[in-house]
Design a binder for this molecule. Structure first.
Ligand SMILES: NC(=O)c1ccc[n+]([C@@H]2O[C@H](COP(=O)([O-])OP(=O)(O)OC[C@H]3O[C@@H](n4cnc5c(N)ncnc54)[C@H](OP(=O)(O)O)[C@@H]3O)[C@@H](O)[C@H]2O)c1
Length: 290
């Protein structure tokens, strides 16, 4: 069986990816500070920012392909911890591309819609990047650095993702649901737009493009939606108390990292390859069934 190395298996997306990929691959998943067991997956503790540890993983596992999802993925954390986040988001990513190049194996990297400034959505793969925060900047530098070291890399720009909580990670919907269930006020932006998908759909997209795409590909959803309108669908599908869902604007909330207004992705290239995100309502309904 082919061996797939998934970095960040203890993270939200990495865990969902492991669940799906184990049907066809022998999976080696990495974690750092959140040890966990995933049935059928060999878990390895590795600090990816340590080049020797990274080299050792490659020579021990001898992967047939790599999907690199590990990152500091919170923009506010990256803004306040520039060096620590650069080490994993940029340096480790470029090193992983280099090792994949040395071994001539497929490499997929999870970048972000936040490489854009939010002023000219929907964005295509060929549009210029212009991040407004450090996290977006680090991902944009990693994209270029990885492609320079290994042009065969599939640079996958991921949209906002949501889904079932995993043993060691959650998505943004869990705190939303908790807040509303506790009848506390939940303020969501009416002026911030994304093209979200579930972690499961994103995982399907990554596996689809891993061996098919070289260069940049967008894996956004089919619906452009504001955070507030997403909240309204969530309330409906999960039958949550609606009175405490309130609208606000980006300028009402002060945060360490600046936020772009509309980073919706045009993902028609991936749709043509067979990437098929469901409607948001359907995706959320599936979470209830699961
Ligand atoms: N979530 C989203 O909506 C979203 C949107 C666009 C793009 N993305 C990108 O998609 C990817 C997955 O996001 P996510 O939300 O699943 O991330 P996440 O839940 O924050 O998980 C991050 C993962 O990276 C690992 N990690 C961090 N630093 C590490 C290091 N130095 N060495 C080894 N592992 C390290 C963590 O391991 P431990 O927890 O074990 O320490 C964890 O497994 C990221 O590249 C992110 O930038 C996410």
């Amino acid at each position: 069986m082919k061996k797939l190395l998934i970095t960040g298996a203890s993270g939200f997306l990495g865990w969902h990816l492991c669940q799906l990929a184990k049907q066809e691959w022998e999976i080696y998943g990495t974690y750092l500070s959140h040890p966990l067991e995933i049935p059928g997956i060999k878990m390895l503790k590795v600090n990816l920012t340590d080049f020797r540890e990274l080299q050792r993983i490659f020579s021990d596992v001898k992967p047939t392909a790599v999907i690199h999802t590990a990152a500091h993925s919170q923009p506010n954390f990256c803004q306040t911890h520039p060096e620590e986040s650069h080490a994993i988001n940029v340096t480790a990513s470029c090193n992983i591309a280099g090792l994949c190049a040395d071994n001539s194996i497929p490499c997929a990297f999870t970048s972000t819609d936040l490489v854009f400034d939010g002023l000219n959505a929907p964005y295509r793969e060929s549009d210029f990047v212009c991040p407004v925060n450090l996290y977006g900047e680090q991902k944009a530098i990693a994209e270029a650095g990885m492609l320079e070291r290994y042009p065969m890399t599939a640079v996958c720009r991921m949209p906002l993702m949501f889904g079932a909580a995993t043993p060691t990670a959650k998505s943004f919907i869990q705190p939303f649901i908790q807040t509303l269930k506790a009848e506390k006020e939940l303020n969501l932006f009416v002026d911030e737009f994304r093209t979200p998908v579930s972690g499961k759909t994103a995982a399907k997209g990554l596996l689809l493009v891993l061996e098919k795409v070289n260069g940049i590909i967008h894996l956004g959803g089919k619906e452009r939606i504001s955070r507030y309108d997403f909240g309204k669908i969530l309330v409906e599908v999960f039958q949550l108390p609606a009175t405490k869902l309130k609208s606000c604007r980006q300028q009402d909330v002060e945060m360490a990292a600046a936020r772009p207004a509309d980073v919706s992705l045009n993902s028609s290239k991936a749709f043509a390859l067979g990437y098929e995100p469901l409607s948001l309502r359907k995706e959320l309904q599936e979470l209830i069934i699961e």
